[in-house]
Design a binder for this molecule. Structure first.
Ligand code: KIV
Ligand code: ZN
Length: 545
């Protein structure tokens, strides 16, 4: 399978869309510094292409793609566009700072149901719009990817016609999305085989796959497609994405690595020991926590509970472990740094974890590290990962800041919380009672910040082992406001050795983030405009941000 488009037939390109499709997960909106942090982490992880956003969707999306194009150095930076000149112009402008690393990704639906109900177009019109949009995009950028949306439910002959037309117009990558997660591994592999046999110019493009997880088959479908000849996999960290999510990057990469018998000679550019850190960062920023038993990066992925398993592990870990925790970067439980460690040692350790931080952030992480070292003797990799997440979040959205917290509670006492917050140089102090200290804290914060925000989900996790471990609280909060009468669901996170304080910080983080997200609700792409030829925005008051 050698061709001009595929210099190394054994290399599978990893196209990460955490910042685009991943951000479409309900509640997963990210702000600019968070997106930049994820982009840096993806580069360190070794992904080949970062899909950084959908520039026409909002001024914020445009700014994020542009900043990522400016501040990355190695990965290709891709922007999504509908098959419309306005979208393509905006995408081209956003990725321009990436120079030769720039890519535009155009999509247009091809299935019968989308043609009839969404686009109201016949086949000939679709082929023309697809071809024209790619040809136009090629005048602005050398690297064009085209996606026939809902490809897996498109008539194969028509799909082949569209794919051939866009390659002839200059697309270098043709993506075959399983947009609604309907595909089944054998059929999906057969579709790739069919296209390889029936598209005359197929060797001039890389075949890509983009699988959604509605039936839990996204990884299986992607792997089947690679075995059938696809050489780009589109995926997200932790499998986040629209509805049930996308193919999970860590799972698909480790499956190809561990099952060398099924993927002989196949390589990716991923440094697998950075997978855990990347997963933690995305969980923290999006508030979408993975389940304990999640493959590869879940808390239980390497835990052995039963005596028989533990005995086998002691004799030979391979009895029950098909990959080592070290190979995916699960943090060392040995002491790694202490009170007397310096800034350089901290920086080196973070780089080793796949989370390099810039000089400014390193200063802030170092201050936080010193504060933690005063409270906690032994600092582990898990603590460092959590600290980075904390600093990145904390510096990005400091609207309300916690100055003081005192709670009292007990079996016979009414729980009371006294809180002092500051914002823009003013401080406010108030107190409230509640059903337990966390409830009292939530009530007083609502009063001070003047918001209506119900806690919909609350999770507490010990970051490391031991009685002095830091507690990490992740919350999902529905914030209702005049701009968003149905509410926006916002994730918040707080970290402290005191779990009531961690809860307070998590709730405050969610409130701070909500003011940013509600500000973004005004600019979203109208779905019905796809066929109309004019890009645009709509006002929406009820989007889940
Ligand atoms: O799922 C999908 O079809 C997409 C396209 C934009 C590639 O996300
Ligand atoms: Zn998708």
């Amino acid at each position: 399978m050698t061709s001009p488009a595929i210099p190394d037939p054994n290399r599978v390109l990893i196209f990460d869309t955490t910042l685009r499709d991943g951000e479409q997960s309900p509640g997963a909106s990210m702000n600019l510094p968070e997106k930049l942090e994820i982009a840096r982490t993806l580069e360190a992880l070794g992904v080949d292409i970062i899909e950084a956003g959908f520039p026409v969707a909002s001024p914020d999306d445009f700014a994020a793609v542009k900043a990522i194009a400016e501040q990355t150095t190695r990965a290709r930076i891709c922007a999504l566009a509908r098959a419309l000149t306005g979208d393509i112009d905006r995408a081209a402008e956003a990725v321009r700072p990436a120079g030769a690393r720039a890519r535009i990704h155009i999509f247009l639906a091809t299935s019968a149901i989308h043609r009839q109900f969404k686009l109201n177009k016949v086949k000939e019109e679709i082929v023309k719009q697809a071809r024209d949009s790619v040809a136009y995009a090629r005048t602005l950028c050398d690297d064009i990817e085209f996606s026939p949306e809902d490809a897996s439910r498109t008539e194969p002959e028509f799909l082949a016609e569209v794919v051939q037309a866009v390659i002839a117009a200059g697309a270098r990558t043709v993506n075959i999305p399983d947009t609604v997660g309907y595909a089944y591994p054998n059929d999906y592999a057969d579709l790739i085989t069919y296209l390889r046999a029936h598209v005359a110019n197929i060797d001039q493009a890389v075949i890509s796959v983009h699988c959604h997880n509605d039936l839990g088959l996204a990884v299986a479908n992607s792997l089947a497609a690679v075995r059938a000849g696809a050489r780009q996999v589109e995926c997200t960290i932790n499998g986040i994405g629209e509805r049930a999510g996308n193919c999970s990057l860590e799972e698909v990469v480790m499956a190809m690595r561990v099952r060398k018998d099924m993927f002989a000679g196949i390589t990716t550019g991923i440094t697998s020991s950075h997978l855990y850190g990347a997963s933690r960062l995305v969980q923290s920023i999006t508030g979408l926590t993975v389940q304990r038993n999640k493959a590869v990066v879940g808390d239980n992925a390497f835990a052995h509970e039963s005596g028989i398993h533990q005995h086998g592990m002691m004799k030979n870990p391979e009895c029950y472990e098909i990959m080592t925790p070290q190979s995916v970067g699960v943090p060392d439980t040995n002491l790694v740094l202490g009170k007397h460690s310096g800034r350089a040692a901290l920086g080196a350790r973070l780089t080793k974890l796949g989370m390099p931080v810039g000089d400014d952030d390193l200063g802030k992480v170092f201050e936080a590290f010193k504060r933690l070292a005063d409270r906690k003797k032994e600092i582990y990799d898990g603590d460092l990962i959590a600290l980075i997440e904390e600093v990145v979040r904390g510096t990005t959205l400091s609207v309300w800041k916690l100055d003081y917290l005192h709670t009292s509670a007990g079996t016979e006492a009414i729980a009371t919380a006294t809180v002092r917050l500051s914002k823009d140089g003013t401080t406010v102090t108030d107190a409230a009672t509640g059903d337990g200290p966390v409830d009292a804290v939530v009530k007083v914060l609502q009063r001070i910040c003047g918001v209506s925000a119900a806690v919909e989900d609350y999770r507490l996790r010990a970051v490391t082992k031991g009685g002095d471990a830091q507690g990490e609280v992740s919350m999902r909060v529905r914030v209702v406001s005049p701009e968003a009468p149905d509410g926006v669901v916002v994730g918040g996170k707080g970290l402290s050795t005191d779990i009531v304080q961690a809860s307070c910080l998590a709730y405050l983080d969610a409130i701070n983030r909500s003011s940013y997200l509600i500000g973004r609700l005004d600019y979203r792409v109208t779905p019905t405009e796809e066929g109309s030829g004019s890009p645009g925005v709509r006002k929406s008051g009820s989007r889940t941000a």
